[in-house]
Design a protein around this ligand. Structure first.
Ligand SMILES: [Zn+2]
Ligand SMILES: [Zn+2]
Length: 271
């Protein structure tokens, strides 16, 4: 996909995206959703309860999760990602694979330095996560395979299938949004040893898939793992004191591909 095409494509569908807040008090430093407040101080925890649970008992995890957009279950973006809907634009029907590829291509082009900064240098490997949800029919080709293959900057670094489901034992664990260090295995550890890995996924809910995959990559010697996800699911009805506010802010602020949660000008100001 050519960069100009990706820009034009995503410009048409800009209202589907919601800005992701930078890390600050009240925004989880890993997943950018709302943490609880600590009972003893009343201040928000740095990490949300979900990330605490998901990163426990792993060999390792990535603290670097960069969502392109926030979403709830009642959005067109969620329909595209989860309900497998295509889009209708000025030019007629647009396939979801093309839309997601344009989204990743445009974002990566604008924020490659933000992502590489988190990794400590240029990426040497791109990985996608196989789908092993027992609720879904077996899909040999995950949508993110199609997406990464279409993104010119990522395709040359992509080694499918570097991550494999270990076996069916862990499918119910992941479906239950829980992580496990043995949920994925690495097909060619030689590719992973010393690599700076960009792990690309579609929807971040608890991070069970992303963090289990990160654990397997780190155990095989990855030097760094940065997760680039298209959307982070937010529950605006959550009892967490900060999640509803994060969603409200995301609906009030205009979305722009010009900044991400790493380079957001509001970062660090506490605003
Ligand atoms: Zn979190
Ligand atoms: Zn950025």
């Amino acid at each position: 996909m050519i960069m100009g095409d990706a820009e034009a494509f995503t410009r048409e569908f800009l209202p589907l995206f919601r800005p992701v807040p930078p890390t600050r008090p009240g925004v989880c430093r890993i997943c950018h959703s709302g943490p609880n407040n600590a009972g003893h101080t009343g201040e928000p925890w740095a990490t949300c309860a979900s990330c605490k649970r998901t990163t426990m008992n792993l060999y390792g995890h990535t603290p670097h999760v960069v969502p392109i957009s926030l979403t709830t279950r009642n959005t067109q973006l969620y329909d595209v990602l989860v309900r497998e809907r295509d889009l209708n634009g000025a030019g007629g029907r647009r396939g979801r694979g093309d839309f997601l590829a344009a989204t990743v291509a445009h974002f990566y082009h604008r924020h490659v330095r933000c992502l590489e900064g988190l990794a400590g240098g240029p990426f040497t490997l791109v990985a996608t996560i196989p789908s092993n949800d027992p609720e879904l029919p077996a899909r040999p080709l995950h949508i993110m395979w199609e997406v990464v293959e279409k993104v010119g900057a990522l395709a040359p670094l992509w080694r499918p299938p570097i991550l494999l489901e270990a076996d069916t034992t862990f499918a119910p664990v992941l479906a239950d949004r829980r992580s496990h260090r043995d949920a994925f295995r690495i097909l060619w550890p030689g590719w992973v040893s010393g690599a700076r890995v960009l792990l690309v996924d579609d929807l971040f809910v608890s991070g069970a898939h992303v963090q289990s995959a990160a654990s397997a990559l780190i155990e095989s010697g990855a030097a760094a793992v940065v997760a680039l996800v298209i959307a982070r699911l937010i529950n605006p009805a959550s009892r967490s004191p900060h999640s509803a506010g994060i969603w409200q802010e995301a609906c009030e602020r205009p979305f722009s591909f010009a900044h991400c949660c790493v380079c957001d000008p509001a970062r660090g100001t506490g605003a």
